[in-house]
Design a protein around this ligand. Structure first.
Ligand SMILES: Nc1nc2c(c(=O)[nH]1)N[C@H]1C(S)=C(S)[C@@H](COP(=O)(O)O)O[C@H]1N2
Ligand SMILES: [Mo]
Length: 325
């Protein structure tokens, strides 16, 4: 097991008492070893893949940048209120239907306009860079939001490994196609597999992460196991789950939701309270923070770029964000 003393757990620094008490109790009983990063890496390397990878396996993390001290969305809500159409279009569907989803063996191909195309085994992805805890706001285009302690590292760490060519301008992300395991893919809800895309400079931005976990443990299947991206200044659908392919390309990728409803879901999809969805306002959001039933949650204002404008606004300098929504 991957274990470490509570003091090393970045999560515990955010708010002293939070949902994952049981995990902390578990860890309190564990023997401590050395500085967190080194010890964590060591433990990760020693662990057999079966121990490291199962959804729920503990991950050693260091505290990452861009944190917020807003109240975390309880683990229960993060793992039972999901959008993962490959399994179900019901919010509570993926948790049950993805329970037996196999995430080993798993490989991610990184190819296209790169000097060194490479197929990464998921266990290499887990070891590529120190795992950080990143507490990000997560805003769905539907008008709800969460605050989630993700585990991952900058997507740029992976992309640098393959040496993108100068011609590469965009990055395309493809989710696994496996209708046998994913009941939603047996229906033509969307054009499968699910595809997303970012401009290369967006993908290289330090806020964009390759995500392998949340709340200090390997990603639950319903949240995109074993690896997804998280792009916190964009609507949630840009953060594609259960990735098997990352392609560097010259032309802007055709992302699934844009293809399904181009007037509703743009390529950029930066969180923007000034640009309404054609069927509803984007000015406010319901923050799922454990305080009550969904419908009773008071709405709070949505912030430009989901509150990350200081970090990312310059990526869009001079662009008409109504046109490039
Ligand atoms: N492959 C895939 N990725 C996906 C989706 C999906 O249906 N399939 N839904 C997106 C949407 S709309 C949101 S809001 C987030 C939800 O992530 P979460 O369930 O971990 O909160 O995942 C995004 N990534
Ligand atoms: Mo979403």
């Amino acid at each position: 097991m991957l274990i470490k003393k509570p003091a090393d757990v970045a999560s515990s620094e955010i708010t002293p008492k939070r949902a994952y008490l049981s995990r902390r109790t578990f860890m309190a009983g564990a023997a401590a070893a050395g500085a967190s990063l080194l010890a964590g890496r060591k433990l990760l390397e020693m662990g057999s893949p079966a121990q490291v990878v199962e959804a729920g396996a503990k991950l050693s993390t260091v505290k990452g940048p861009f944190g917020t001290d807003e109240k975390l969305t309880p683990y229960k809500d993060v793992t039972t209120y999901n959008n993962f159409y490959e399994f179900s279009t019901d919010k509570d569907g993926p948790a049950a239907l993805a329970k037996d989803f196999r995430t080993r063996p798993w490989q991610v191909k990184v190819e296209g306009l790169v000097q060194k195309p490479r197929t990464f085994d998921i266990d290499d992805i887990l070891k590529l860079a120190p795992l950080e805890e990143r507490v990000y706001r997560h805003r769905c285009v539907e008008g709800w939001s969460m605050v989630i302690p993700w585990v991952g590292y900058p997507l740029s760490s992976l992309l640098k490994q393959v040496d993108p060519l100068g011609k590469a301008k965009y990055v395309e992300f493809t989710t696994i196609l496996d209708p046998k395991q994913m009941p939603g893919q047996r229906a033509r809800i969307l054009d499968w597999p699910y595809i997303e895309g970012l401009r290369l400079d967006e993908a290289m931005h330090p806020l964009a992460i390759l995500c392998v976990g949340l709340y200090g443990e390997a990603l639950p299947n319903q949240d995109g196991a074993p690896v997804r991206i998280v792009v916190p200044w964009k609507y949630g659908f840009k953060s594609a789950k259960s990735l098997v392919k990352i392609r560097l390309v010259e032309q802007q990728p055709i992302n699934t939701w844009n293809q399904a409803a181009p007037s509703e879901y743009g390529f950029y999809s930066n969180v923007n309270p000034q640009v309404d969805h054609p069927r509803w306002s984007q000015k406010m959001e319901r923050r799922i923070d454990g305080s009550g039933f969904f419908a009773s949650i008071k709405k709070i204002p949505t912030r430009p770029f989901n509150g990350y404008g200081d970090q990312v606004a310059q990526l869009y300098a001079g662009m008409d964000l109504r046109k490039y929504f």
